[in-house]
Design a protein around this ligand. Sequence first.
Ligand SMILES: [Zn+2]
Length: 413
Amino acid sequence: MSHSSEVSGRNVCYVVSNELVKISSLLPSNKGRSLLVHSLVKAFGLFSMPPGKHYGRLVVVKPFPADYKDLSVYHSRDYLDHILSPSTSSLTSDVNSEYGLEEDCPYFTGLPEYVRLVAAASLAATDALCQGHTDISICWDGGRHHAHKSYASGFCYVADCVLAVLSLKRGASSMLTLSSKPRVMYLDLDLHFSDGVSQAFASSSSGAAVPQILTLSIHHAAPGFFPVSPLSALPDPSSPSFNPFVLSMPLARGASNTTFARIWPTVERVKDAFQPNFVVVQCGVDGLAGDPCAIWNWSLGGVEGSLGWCIERICHEWNCKTLLLGGGGYNSSNVARAWTYLTSIALGSPIPLESDIPDHDAFPLYAPSFTLDVPSGTMQDQNTEKYLSEVEECFSYVAGVIEKRLSSILEHH
Ligand SMILES: [Zn+2]
């Protein structure tokens, strides 16, 4: 073994380019957000930080626009023909609505480039993992978990999460010496159910001889709350449609650090049963306190159960190659705070939460606190102990089913 051991651990790959920031900042639901996020990561010096305790540096990876072939790995031909066509515009309204380009997903100038570049960004992040350049890749412009095969939905035009999962499933085969195929766990922490991703794998994984993909969405669910889907409910093992590899953990209003600390061992129980080689985490932050959605009361860091605490565990204790993606989040300065903090966690050098926002162009937007922290608010957590033990019991059974399925497969190979 002659590979030189570096001073510290491995580098963290971070996908960004001027073109990506420019085009992502046009997304109608999150105008200017991408620029804010990457500017804050830069302002805190994370691009030029000396190697830390666990990891090396943040290495920038620039995406090149995805081509038709990359996108057609999941998206339908009709959808791509329409969305990538230069003649598509806000004026072709009848056809647009057929592909979901209406209401919360309006056509916007730059849409074809947006779709190509965001897909490319998440795929560049998975490539870095598959090629062994890194154990952690970050793509904050990705995480568009509501996009479907043939239509846009919920501010999402491109199914980059699905493309990333598929890319890890296929691309990693060569790097594993095991006879088994790589397993990919998709964990979604966004306030909203990951309907686009769960749907994509709901039909394919149940009958697969070797289950390679598991999705687990932790989200808010209530009658009429977007997106409405039968897949968003707690698993029902007695149902004929029960699929232990497409899982949902709905939480009630006010979900706080306490609730996340309570469910986390259950999340890890599922992870341990599935034994993934890769974990893709959708880090939507619309569940943090201070988001205009105002449904959960999660905090960024500091205590057990906070978002930062969960990401710390995934990045440094799970022993999986990790892809961190963005997602929802409608208080843009809080999103920048959150993803900057998570980037520093990935690097193994968490920025103290009480840190002042450094002076940079967007500084005034961080009023009135001008610090990094996104603390929880005063909302009451409506997740009762009774409900949370029901969740625990249900998933404990599900984890047992996963273990049985995998061990019977390993015996047969
Ligand atoms: Zn969301």
